[in-house]
Design a binder for this molecule. Structure first.
Ligand SMILES: Nc1ncnc2c1ncn2[C@@H]1O[C@H](COP(=O)(O)OP(=O)(O)O)[C@@H](O)[C@H]1O
Ligand SMILES: [Mg+2]
Length: 304
């Protein structure tokens, strides 16, 4: 069974007494040992997608359609590791508690496993460090502990919501490498959410691009990021500096994503799109297959 399959997901939130659809027909699958990157600007629905998959929607948000099938356990890592760590507990005890609850291991065995997990995520001197409290650790080290904590539940898929956004570039690369190692060594499926194309490019083998609550393009990373077919993907890529592109002026995407109250049945990127045509107003663009693995929601299919 596929470790995680999300099919036709729709989520609504309550705002001023009205139900507002914020996620619309979101579908994706994550295989064992695969890393799916979900990328898009802030507010486009990335966090709600992960929370809906995890079954952890915030109060006021409900799934109104679609299915989530998880063939194995899911665990989540957040941008802010303070959210997942207990400030009053030594990190080793905290991780050991999760191991104990999960496996019914003895106190000593759980303790040993906790130290092993801390070592596996690159905490130096893990025996000693396991006695530290979260506030005694740097941001990068805390994020490693948060990943150890997630791994302690032995998940099939790790859902990571902007796990490196609060970190500087060097730490960011280290954490991404760590996720990559866990993927390789444990056959862990990873969903990595980021607003940053450069982060997604470093680790994802499959990419889904989200805009205004919908997936507008998806496929193998090499296809989507090197030969984007949706104008929004193209615009996202052009808006960030990358090492493998000649330096030039960044071209930020003009305007901002629409508010969910203004989501239309026509193309939601229309107002900001460099390739808009009169027909775009009339067509309701469903995401459709370009080939076996690549999907796009643009009716023009430009950029080939
Ligand atoms: N708890 C909530 N209640 C109401 N609206 C929410 C809630 N969480 C998110 N939203 C709205 O849903 C949309 C998607 O949010 P989110 O998933 O957090 O986006 P992203 O993670 O891509 O920045 C946004 O318009 C946001 O304002
Ligand atoms: Mg978010």
């Amino acid at each position: 069974m596929t470790p995680l399959e999300v099919d036709g997901l729709r989520v609504a939130v309550r705002r001023r007494g009205k139900a507002l659809t914020v996620l619309d027909d979101v579908s994706f699958a994550v295989g064992a040992g695969q890393c799916l990157g979900i990328v898009g600007e802030s507010g486009c629905g990335k966090s709600l997608t992960l929370r809906a998959a995890m079954g952890l929607l915030p109060p006021g948000a409900v799934r109104t359609a679609g299915e989530v099938r998880a063939g194995s356990g899911l665990a989540m890592v957040f941008q802010d590791s303070h959210a997942s760590l207990d400030p009053t507990m030594r990190i080793g005890s905290f991780v050991a508690d999760v191991v104990r609850r999960r496996q019914g291991a003895s106190r000593a065995a759980a303790r040993r496993q906790a130290v092993e997990l801390l070592a596996a995520v690159g905490v130096p001197d893990p025996g000693l460090r396991s006695r530290a409290y979260p506030h005694e650790l740097s941001g990068g080290m805390r994020q490693r502990v948060a990943i150890a904590l997630a791994l302690a539940t032995d998940p099939g898929v790790l859902l990571c919501d902007e796990p490196t956004t609060a970190l500087d570039v060097t730490l960011q690369a280290e954490i991404l490498r760590l996720l990559d190692t866990a993927r390789e060594e444990r056959g862990l499926g990873v969903v990595l959410v980021s607003h940053d194309v450069a982060v997604i490019r470093q680790v994802a083998d499959v990419v889904a691009v989200m805009y205004a609550g919908q997936i507008v393009e998806a496929g193998p990373a090499s296809e989507v990021l090197d030969r984007p077919r949706h104008p929004y993907t193209r615009a996202l890529i052009d808006a960030v500096p990358t090492l493998d592109r000649p330096p030039g002026p960044f071209r930020p995407i003009p305007g901002a994503p629409p508010d969910p109250a203004a989501y239309s049945p026509a193309c939601r990127f229309l107002a900001r799109c460099a390739h808009r045509a009169p027909a775009c107003q009339e067509v309701v663009p469903g995401i459709h297959a370009l080939d076996e693995r690549h999907r796009s929601a643009c009716v023009h299919q430009e950029g080939t």
